[in-house]
Design a protein. Structure first.
Ligand code: C2E
Ligand code: CA
Ligand code: CA
Length: 767
C-alpha cells in the first residue's frame, strides 16, 4: 500500500519519497507520449476503412488532449522531490491516468466490433506492448500504472470474452497479473534505491562540509603514508607544515621528515619514538603530542592516525590529521610558569610559596616535625625606588633574589610575595636554631651594599618568623603571624629578626586602641607642647626653641612621640595634630623676645597635604608671629615619596619668609643632593654623630666637618643635636657647629618654664 501511495507508514519521510516517485514522471513524459502516439497511429491503421474516419480522428484528438494534459501534470510535478507532494496532486495525476486508460478502452469496446479476429489480436498486441512500455516507464508510479493496466486489461478481457476466445482472455489475465506484480516490485526497488540514494547524498554533503571546514581550519592538515611508512598523496598543507613542497615530501619516510638530525643519530625524543612504534605496530592513535624538528626548529605536533585498509582488507598504510600546537603549548607552559613564578626575579611567587608552605605543613604533620615560615621585608627599599627610579629598584630586587637564592638549601624554598616582600619556607625546622640562623643569614646577606647602575646602595632587611604547627595550624594563620612578627621587627627599626609570640596579637590590639585614643586626644586636650632651647655655640645665648609635642593620654598615660607620631602619620591624624602644633607654637612664640625663634617639626604627610601652606599662613596671621621667627623642621624622608610636591611646598614656605631646617641629617638615605638644591636655613646634625664624635669615631668627625664646611659655603647654619655633656659640647664647638641643642642646655620643658628662662641670667636650668 505504501509503495502504491495509498498509505503512508509512520516511519520514514514518506512525503519526500512520494515526491521522489512523482518527480521521476517528467523524465519519461516524452517517451510515453511518443509510445502512445505510435500505438494510436497503429490502431488507426488497423481500423482504417472499417471504422469511420471521423471517429478515428476524433478518438486520436481526445487521446492527444489527454496526453497533453498528462504531460502538463508531469511537468508540474518535476520539483516535488524538493517539496512535499500534495494529496490533490496525487489525485490529479491518478485521474489523468484513469482518463488516459478510459480513452484506450474505446478501440477495444467501439472499434473492435467493426473488425475481425485477426484485427482484434493486432489491437491486443498493440495494447499489450503499450502496457509493457507503460509498466517500464511508469514503474516509479505504480498507482497510475495499475489504473492503466487494470482498465485496459479488463476491457481486453471483456472484448476477448465477448468474442469467445477464452484462451486469450486467460492470457490477458495472466499478463495483467504479471504486469501488476512486476510494476509494484519495480516501484519497490525504485523506492529503496531512492531511499539509499538520498541517505548517501545527505552523508556526502555532511562529509564534504566537514572536509571543507577542516581544510579551512588554520593549523590542521591531512597526512597519509603507505605500508613502508612513506608519505603518499601529500597535501599542500601537510607539505607546508613540513616547510617543503608536496613533490619534495612525496614518497619520503614520514619519520625522517619530522625527526630532523635525530634521524641520523637514531636518538629520537621519546614522543617521536612513541609515534614510530605505533606506526610500526599498526595501531590507531589520537592526539598524540610529538616533538618534531622542522627546518632545524623544534616544534610540537598533535597527530592522530588510523590504519588504512585496502579493498581486500589488508593493511594499506595510515591516514590521519595533524596540527602544529607549538604556540598553544608554549603559551600554556608560559602561563603555567607565570602563574607560579615571579616575572621580575624568577623566584617562586606568592601562590607557589603558599603551596610550598601547605606542603611543608603537611610534611610536619605527618612526621611530627616542625616547619617554619620567614617573612622578609627590605628596609629603605622604597627610598631607593623613589629616588633612583623603578629601573634601579627592579635591578636591586633582582640582586636581592640572587642573594636569597644563594642562601637556601634543599630544605628551604624562597620566593617573592610582591613588592619588596620575600619569604622563605623551611620544610624541616625541628631545630629551632636553624630558623634563627637562616633569618640572621638573610639579614646579613641582604644588608651588604649593592652595586647597581654605578650606585652603591645600602638597604637592610627585617624578618618575621612563625613556626608551624606551633604558631598556626593553617597556612593563613602561619603567614599572618609571621607578618605580625615582621611588623614588630619593622616597628623596632628594622634590620632584626622577630619570632612570632602570642603577645604580638596583644601588641597589634594595643596599637588599635592607641589609634582610637589618638583620634580623640586633641578634643580631649591631652596634647601639650614642650620647648627645648637651642643656643648659640659661642655665647650660649638662646636663639630658638624647638616645639616638641607631648601626649598624656587618659587611657595610656604618657605616650612618647616616637611611638605615636608614626601612628599619626600612618593614619593621617598627623594633619590635624600638626595644625594644632603650628598654631600653639606660634601663639607661644609671640610671647618670647623678638629675636627668639620657634622650630616646629613637620612630617612628610603634612607637607604633602594640600592645605598645609594655608595652615602655616593661618598660624602666623592669627598669632601675629613674623614669618622670620618660624622655622619648620623636615627630615630627608619627605623627599622619598613625592619629591616634587615636597620641594614645591618647601619653596612656598620659604617665600613666606619662614626658615626650613633639615632635621636628623645623616640618618636618611642620600642627602647631599637635597642640601644643594634647597636653601635650608639650618642643617641639624643627628645625635648619633655627636655621640660618635665624642667617642672619637673618625667617620662621625669627618661627616660633621664636611657638613659644617658645606653649610658655611652655602650660608646655612648648623645645629648639633643631643649634646648632653660638657665634653660633647667642647668637641662640637671645636668642629665649628654654630648652634647647639641638647639636655646639656635644657630638656624639652613646659611653655611656662621656657618663658621663665628669659628672666634667668644663667641658662642652664636645674635638670
Ligand atoms: P626630633 O625632631 O629629632 O626631636 C629631637 C628629639 O631628641 C626629642 O625627642 C628630644 O627630646 C630629644 N633630645 C633632645 N636633646 C637630647 C639629648 O641631649 N639627649 C637625648 N637622648 N635626646 C635628646 P622627642 O621629644 O621624644 O621627639 C621625638 C621625635 O618626635 C622628634 O624627633 C620628632 O621627629 C617627633 N616629634 C616631636 N614633636 C613633633 C611634632 O610636633 N610634630 C611632628 N611631626 N613630629 C614631632
Ligand atoms: Ca626636630
Ligand atoms: Ca632631630
Amino acid at each position: 500500500m505504501a509503495v502504491l501511495g495509498l498509505s503512508d507508514p509512520s516511519n520514514g519521510d514518506w512525503g519526500r519519497l512520494r515526491g521522489l516517485q512523482y518527480s521521476s514522471l517528467a523524465r519519461v513524459t516524452q517517451v510515453r507520449v511518443i509510445s502512445h502516439v505510435i500505438a494510436a497511429l497503429a490502431v488507426i491503421r488497423i481500423y482504417f476503412g472499417d471504422v469511420h474516419i471521423a471517429a478515428l480522428i476524433g478518438w486520436f484528438v481526445v487521446l492527444a488532449a489527454s496526453l497533453y494534459y498528462g504531460a502538463s501534470i508531469d511537468k508540474s510535478l518535476v520539483d516535488v522531490d524538493r517539496r512535499r507532494i500534495g494529496r490533490d496532486e496525487v489525485q490529479k495525476q491518478t485521474m489523468s491516468s484513469l482518463g488516459n486508460a478510459l480513452i484506450w478502452v474505446v478501440p477495444m469496446a467501439a472499434f473492435a466490433p467493426f473488425g475481425d479476429a485477426s484485427q482484434q489480436l493486432e489491437l491486443w498486441a498493440i495494447t499489450a506492448m503499450l502496457l509493457t512500455a507503460s509498466a517500464v516507464l511508469l514503474s516509479a508510479v505504480p498507482l497510475a500504472n495499475l489504473v492503466l493496466t487494470g482498465i485496459m486489461g479488463v476491457s481486453a478481457l471483456a472484448s476477448f470474452a465477448w468474442a469467445g476466445s477464452f484462451e486469450m482472455a486467460l492470457l490477458t489475465v495472466l499478463f495483467g497479473v504479471v504486469i501488476t506484480l512486476g510494476s509494484v516490485e519495480t516501484a519497490r526497488s525504485f523506492l529503496t534505491a531512492r531511499i539509499a540514494e538520498s541517505a548517501m547524498a545527505e552523508k556526502s554533503e555532511v562529509v564534504s562540509m566537514l572536509l571543507r571546514e577542516f581544510e579551512e581550519g588554520e593549523a590542521d592538515w591531512l597526512w597519509q603514508i603507505d605500508t613502508a611508512r612513506r608519505v603518499r598523496s601529500a597535501s599542500p598543507r601537510f607539505a607546508f607544515a613540513l616547510g617543503l613542497s608536496p613533490e619534495e615530501i612525496e614518497g619520503k619516510p614520514f619519520i625522517q621528515l619530522i625527526a630532523g638530525p635525530a634521524w641520523d643519530t637514531g636518538q629520537f625524543p621519546s614522543s617521536l619514538h612513541d609515534l614510530a612504534e605505533r606506526l610500526k605496530r599498526r595501531e590507531s592513535f589520537s592526539n598524540c603530542l610529538v616533538r618534531v624538528t622542522i627546518s632545524g626548529q623544534q616544534r610540537w605536533w598533535e597527530i592522530s592516525g588510523t590504519p588504512k585498509l585496502s579493498d581486500t582488507g589488508s593493511f594499506d598504510g595510515f591516514r590521519g590529521v595533524g596540527s602544529d600546537v607549538t604556540e598553544q603549548r608554549e603559551s600554556s607552559e608560559k602561563i603555567a610558569h607565570m602563574a607560579r613564578f615571579d616575572t621580575l626575579t624568577g623566584l617562586p611567587n606568592r601562590m607557589m610559596v603558599t603551596e610550598a608552605l601547605g606542603e611543608a605543613m603537611r610534611y610536619a604533620d605527618q612526621w611530627r616535625t616542625k616547619c617554619a615560615f620567614l617573612m622578609i621585608d627590605l628596609d629603605r627599599f622604597k627610598a631607593v625606588n623613589d629616588t633612583l627610579g623603578h629601573l634601579v629598584g627592579d635591578q636591586l630586587l633582582a640582586r636581592v633574589s640572587e642573594r636569597l637564592k644563594s642562601l637556601v638549601t634543599d630544605n628551604e624554598l624562597c620566593g617573592r610575595l610582591g613588592g619588596d616582600e620575600f619569604a622563605v619556607v623551611i620544610r624541616d625546622a625541628s631545630d629551632h636554631n636553624r630558623v634563627v640562623r637562616v633569618a640572621e643569614a638573610v639579614i646579613d646577606t641582604l644588608s651588604r651594599p649593592y652595586e647597581v647602575d654605578h650606585h652603591t646602595l645600602y638597604i637592610g632587611a627585617s624578618v618575621g618568623s612563625a613556626i608551624g604547627p606551633r604558631d598556626g595550624t593553617t597556612v593563613e594563620t602561619l603567614m599572618r603571624n609571621a607578618d605580625l612578627a615582621l611588623y614588630r621587627s619593622k616597628e623596632e627599626g628594622g634590620g632584626q629578626h622577630f619570632g612570632y609570640e602570642p603577645s604580638l596579637h596583644a601588641h597589634a590590639e594595643e596599637r588599635r586602641k592607641l589609634e582610637f585614643s589618638l583620634r580623640r586626644a586633641l578634643e580631649k586636650n591631652e596634647m601639650v607642647l614642650h620647648y627645648q632651647p637651642v643656643v648659640d655655640a659661642s655665647d650660649e645665648q638662646i636663639l630658638s626653641f624647638e616645639a616638641l609635642i607631648r601626649w598624656n593620654s587618659e587611657d595610656h598615660g604618657f605616650v612618647s612621640p616616637v611611638k605615636f607620631i608614626p601612628l599619626a602619620e600612618d593614619t593621617r591624624l598627623i594633619v590635624p595634630i600638626g595644625e594644632w602644633v603650628l598654631r600653639e607654637a606660634c601663639r607661644e612664640a609671640v610671647r618670647w623676645p623678638a629675636n627668639v625663634k620657634v622650630a616646629v617639626n613637620v612630617s612628610g604627610e603634612q607637607l604633602l597635604d594640600p592645605g598645609f601652606i594655608g595652615s602655616v599662613v593661618q598660624a602666623l596671621s592669627s598669632s601675629g608671629l613674623p614669618a622670620q621667627r618660624l622655622e619648620l623642621e623636615v627630615t630627608e624622608s619627605i623627599f622619598v615619596r613625592d619629591a616634587t610636591t615636597a620641594r614645591q611646598a618647601l619653596e612656598q614656605i620659604m617665600s613666606l619668609g619662614c626658615g626650613v631646617a633639615l632635621d636628623d641629617f645623616g640618618t636618611g638615605y642620600s642627602s647631599l643632593a637635597y642640601i644643594r638644591d634647597l636653601r635650608f636655613s639650618t642643617i641639624k646634625i643627628d645625635r648619633s654623630f655627636v655621640q660618635g664624635a665624642s667617642s672619637g669615631a673618625p667617620e662621625s668627625l669627618a661627616i660633621i666637618r664636611a657638613v659644617v664646611a658645606m653649610a658655611e659655603s652655602l650660608e646655612m647654619s648648623t645645629t648639633a643635636e643631643g649634646v648632653e655633656t660638657e665634653r660633647e659640647l667642647e668637641i662640637i664647638r671645636g668642629l665649628g657647629c654654630r648652634k647647639i641643642q641638647g639636655y646639656y642646655f635644657g630638656r624639652p620643658m613646659p611653655a611656662a618654664e621656657a618663658r621663665g628662662l628669659f628672666h634667668d641670667s644663667k641658662l642652664r636650668v636645674a635638670q
